[in-house]
Write a protein that binds this ligand. Sequence first.
Ligand code: CP
Ligand code: NVA
Length: 304
Amino acid sequence: MADTRHFLTLMDFSPDELQALLRRATEMKQARLAGTESPRFTGKVLGMIFAKSSTRTRVSFEAGMTQLGGHAMFLSPSDTQLGRGEPIEDSARVISSMVDLVMIRTFGHDILESFAAHSSVPVINGLTDDYHPCQLMADMQTYAEHRGSISGKVVTWVGDGNNMAQSYINASRQFDFELRVACPPGYEPDATLLEANRDRVSVIHDPLAAAAGADLVVTDVWASMGQEAEQKAREAAFSGYQVNAELMSRAAGDALYMHCLPAHRGEEISAELMDAADTVVWEEAENRLHAQKAIMEFLLLANR
Ligand code: CP
Ligand code: NVA
């Protein structure tokens, strides 16, 4: 337990480990395309706990396990004892005694941390209110495959200071880039996290100014899961914080734009950019599959 490796945030792995994971993810992607993938996870079981909705995370983890010879089990609070109040610590002890890996998508990051503290097998963060590190691995893989190293580049985040923005702050440290966060006042990422990374992260409320010369522009929904009641207020607060052709015209000539999806066309991103023939957002989504296979392989090997 104490020495079990987990992937709760990008800070759980060293920069070298993260780079190796990106290389391995691209290798696994090529093997899948070439039809030479080998079933490395035979007999392994991944337990997947989803307290929030998901398309990409569920499909990529489940497909990834199956493609490598293992099995993934979907567990939702509504039809397990988790939804009837069984303590997270007890659930962690029991579930981890029967499976080889656990992936959790939930609300509070503390729930994930409690589960990991009582789990005898590695735990992967499939998104919490605070962080979404698996998405970052797919984003970093996509950037590397299209543009090479992101080290020393400028990344502009446009939108809410949410779980994705906070993961980009961790990424700026682990992958060594400058991050500009363009959000409306009052929607900044966590103040302590910002302060700890002030050498490379700045908050610039004007999105066009923040995008100037950027190598990568990233956005996400204005209202995250769990914030549905704030949708209308957020639409008002975030109008003007849209990634569109005008904003991209301020970025570097070869800048990429990304979105973790699901996207709301006409809100945080224009329909024109979402539907552009040369967008990388679909490959970014597909890379969830490859990046997570590399993460699962690492954790299964690291904890043998
Ligand atoms: N980007 C992402 O995590 O998508 P899902 O919510 O569909 O899993
Ligand atoms: N910030 C979004 C990301 C969805 C993948 C949310 O938490 O709902």
